[in-house]
Write a protein that binds this ligand. Structure first.
Ligand code: FAD
Ligand code: SIN
Length: 526
């Protein structure tokens, strides 16, 4: 069978495009993306990318900071691998034309929570947009890369979908909905890279874009891959509190450059009473402190205040945040910013090795969809874009290395729509989507209890049949695909959380407040 592409990359963010560019030197690559090509979290990243680039900094320090933030759950060999490859990743981005800020000719490094050193390269306070643009420019200029936006991938194609059935679990591509025509197409290739980002939208309040519905995690799980540490959902301490703009992040670099957290009723700076590192403690600690202040004092928000610094300094460092806040009537150079914690990053995901291989032959994964061992129980700020670049490259290298050992795809069955009709009850999707996000926020949030987790598990079970019935009866739409995946991810998060009988990093549970002496991953086997 002749297929037009050698490799399919699902996702056009930092991980997907890094893999595509590295593969395209030798192979024909198809990149599929839901919605637009800039719809992932990459374009929204603010603070920057962590790398040891300063003479006084060391790999050992970056490794130690990553392990401390990750509460020891990180896999040391992954942490070393990523951090030691970071400077080369930054060099590649500079070659692609990312205009990182400079100070007297050298890269300007900012600081964020949990970092013992200034080590974050950035492009003002909109690093992700600059990175996304540079990667897209390079991909568009590459004749070996074809990009198809508007393709919502539904399920991985495995041996089970081959005309000659095989139960091997070998992945041969993906079925995807063409969002413009409503048709489902089979995209087939020798190798598939999953780079679909996180599952943040499983929560009611999240800094992540609308499409962060855990599609890749759910697809890999359904196809038979293990997922790990799904209970480790990261909450960012400072999302703007605004009744109209629900998910605007105020970068951690604001605290890195001197911003302070205060109780809005008393004006008191409270972080030093929670942790000796105060506002620069790792994210889980600051998010819990903000949550505690809000709950203890019956507040709607806390204040993040940088108005004590010179207005020119603030505007120069945070031009995009300043502009956004001014449009909402807040002048951060003169007054504090109201902020609340919100879901921000999915630390768990599809289990991969240093070569980005998943459990399934033919399937690699990179970026936020994966659990590589880098972040452990809590991601260190600005380590995630870095992970995308290092593992995007690792996936490409491994695919090229084993290329000749892989077979060509067998004939694959077309998507079967013979038993479904158009939905006449879209309200079911909206209702279930809202319900999942609400109970996940209320029962599986920053501070957990077994009782609340059990309540969430019960709701998930009740919804399962309704969603599967709906999925089995109606033609797929992007909303339905996402609902099914959100439900799947909620289930994986709650099951993982119920398995961990300790508090560690992002998983803080009142029934088990102590941390076990030995750190163990929560690995779910399909
Ligand atoms: P994404 O960039 O999220 O891309 C996912 C891609 O997959 C998209 O193209 C999407 O369309 C596609 N996709 C998803 N589902 C499907 C499907 N079913 N079918 C087809 N395509 C699909 N990290 C840092 O290191 N530094 C920062 O400063 C920083 N700031 C952040 C600020 C915000 C507001 C947010 C939300 C995150 C931030 N992060 C930061 C985290 C970081 O941005 C992400 O972890 C990273 O960009 C993830 O990249 P990715 O390539 O894995 O996925
Ligand atoms: C931020 O800019 O605060 C986000 C950084 C990150 O998520 O790593």
């Amino acid at each position: 069978m002749t297929v037009p592409y050698d490799v399919i990359v699902i996702g056009s963010g930092a991980a997907g495009l890094t893999a595509a560019l590295a593969l395209a030197a030798h192979r024909r690559v198809l990149v599929l993306a839901k919605g637009t090509l800039t719809g992932g979290s990459t374009a929204w990243a603010q603070g920057g990318i962590a790398a040891v680039l300063d003479a006084g900094d060391t790999f050992e320090d970056h490794i130690r900071d990553t392990m401390i933030a990750g509460a020891g759950l990180n896999r040391l060999e992954t942490v070393e691998f990523v951090i030691e490859n970071a400077p080369a990743a930054i060099d590649r981005l500079i070659e692609l034309g990312v205009p990182f800020n400079k100070d007297s000719g050298t890269l300007h490094l900012t600081r964020e929570g949990g970092h013992s050193h200034r080590r974050i390269v950035h492009v003002d306070d909109a690093t992700g947009w600059a990175v996304q643009e540079a990667l897209l420019r390079a991909a568009e200029a590459n004749a070996n890369i074809t990009m198809l936006p508007g393709r919502a991938c539904i399920d991985l194609i495995t041996g089970r979908n081959a005309e000659k059935y095989s139960g091997s679990g070998r992945v041969w591509g993906v079925y995807a909905l063409d969002e413009a025509t409503g048709r489902v197409e089979a995209h087939v290739a020798r190798a598939t890279v999953l780079a679909t980002g996180g599952a943040g939208r499983v929560y009611q309040f999240s800094t992540a874009p609308r499409g962060a519905t855990g599609d890749g995690i759910a697809m890999a799980w359904r196809a038979g891959a293990r997922v790990s540490n799904m209970e480790m959902m990261q909450f960012h301490p400072t999302c703007l509190y605004n009744l109209e703009v629900k998910n605007f992040l105020i970068t951690e670099a604001v605290r890195g450059e001197g911003g302070l957290l205060r109780n809005p009723k008393t004006g008191e700076r409270y972080m030093p009473t929670y942790d000796e590192r105060a506002e620069l403690a790792p994210r889980d600690i600051v998010a819990r402190a903000n949550d505690d202040q809000i709950k203890r004092h019956g507040l709607d928000f806390v204040h993040l205040d940088i108005s004590h610094l010179a207005p020119e300094f603030v505007r120069e460092h945070f031009p995009n945040i300043d502009e956004k806040l001014i449009s909402l009537g807040i002048d951060m150079t003169k007054e504090p910013i109201p902020v609340v914690p919100a879901q921000h990053y999915t630390c768990g995901g599809v289990l991969i090795g240093l070569d980005a291989r998943t459990d399934l032959p033919g399937l690699w994964a990179a970026g936020e969809v994966s659990e590589s061992g880098l972040h452990g129980a809590n991601r260190l700020a600005s380590n995630s874009l870095l992970e995308c670049f290092v593992f995007g490259e690792a996936a490409a290298k491994d695919i090229l290395a084993v290329w000749d050992e892989m077979d060509d795809p067998p004939p694959i069955r077309e998507w079967d729509e013979s038993r479904v009709t158009d939905s006449d009850e879209e309200v079911v999707i909206k209702q279930n989507w809202t319900e999942i996000r609400r109970f996940m926020w209320n029962y599986v949030g920053i501070v957990r209890t077994t009782k609340r987790l059990e309540r969430a598990a019960h709701r998930i079970e009740t919804l399962a049949q309704e969603i599967e019935d709906y999925y089995g009866s109606f033609r797929v739409t992007t909303d339905l695909i996402e609902l099914r995946n959100l439900h799947q991810c909620a289930d994986l998060i709650v099951r993982s959380a119920l398995r961990r009988h300790e508090s560690r990093g992002l998983h803080f549970i009142l029934d088990y407040p102590e941390t076990d002496a030995v750190a163990r991953d929560t690995v779910l086997v399909p």
